[in-house]
Design a protein around this ligand. Sequence first.
Ligand code: SER
Length: 355
Amino acid sequence: MEQSALGERRQPAVFITGAGGEVGHGLISSFSDERRPDIVATDLRELDHKSREKCAATYLADVCDRDALDRILSMYQVKEMFHLAAVLSTRAEFAPEIAHQVNVNGTVNILQIAAEQGRMYGEPVKVVFPSSIAAYGFGSLAQKKEVGSVTEYEHCKPSTMYGCNKLYCEHLGRYYAHSYRQLATDSVQGEDKNRGVVDFRCVRYPGLISAETVPTGGTSDFVPEMIHAAARGEKYKCFVREDTRIPFMTMPEAIDATLQLAAAPREELTQIVYNISSFSPSAGEVAELVKQYFPKANISFEPDERRQAIVDSWPEALDCSVATNDWGFAPKYTLEQAFEEYLIPRITKQYESKA
Ligand code: SER
């Protein structure tokens, strides 16, 4: 255990922001199953009881509040951060400047803290950051269909504030990892003390589907909403057309992949940003499967033109070959397997126990 400036011992911990969101929930469960180091979690809202129990400490803190972050981090020895706090794509379109503050300024706070801590430790602090398919942007549906699957660095012209924020933060992460304060005096004289103080790693998530939680404020939410509504016996009006196609994966696959990237040897990573996804169904194909398992499901398609346009600007499929080559990413499920082996058993159990 390391001593802090005040002489007290600082407990080693993994730091998570936005821990109360869907990914945070999955990450905390996975960490505690694997008995990984202590978790220090923050969110704007109190975490649910189960998640709280799995953490060494939880704090109510805003990622935009640098002083609060500093106060929390001064108590721990943190060499790995999962920066999940964000305002998602639909919500961000109602308050774009607030989204920018949280998504960008919050990320700068985390990167700056990581850089300072990295310099202090004399070794890089790892920052794991989820980006999104929202970083892409097609000008038309015809172009999206013609292109099909995309690699990380093509068609990145986002049309949402959230997508712009995520794409920019990917670049900021690269900057802090490779070029931070490149002209500062401490960088140009002799040993470069700033280079490599942040080990930034980023996954671009597709839409995520969890059996345990339902997303809020996103635009890929139509798939998880459709499945959960059917399991609860509720009608669902899908806000996109039946033929709408974007990539998805299950939450456990996303968590496993994130942890796999976090654990990969640095020298094997050839990129800062990695695409990951498992399947690319149309909304209609998902509805068909939902009806197989829940024959009484009442699903109608009533596209909301503006949310549809956002989903139409996102790619149909992601080329994940670099993630596969660099750190062994492999999807676990096809859509059918995801339903059979993960979603249906877990969702059914969940709503039975709530009934
Ligand atoms: N799930 C996100 C959203 O819909 C996209 O990554 O905003």
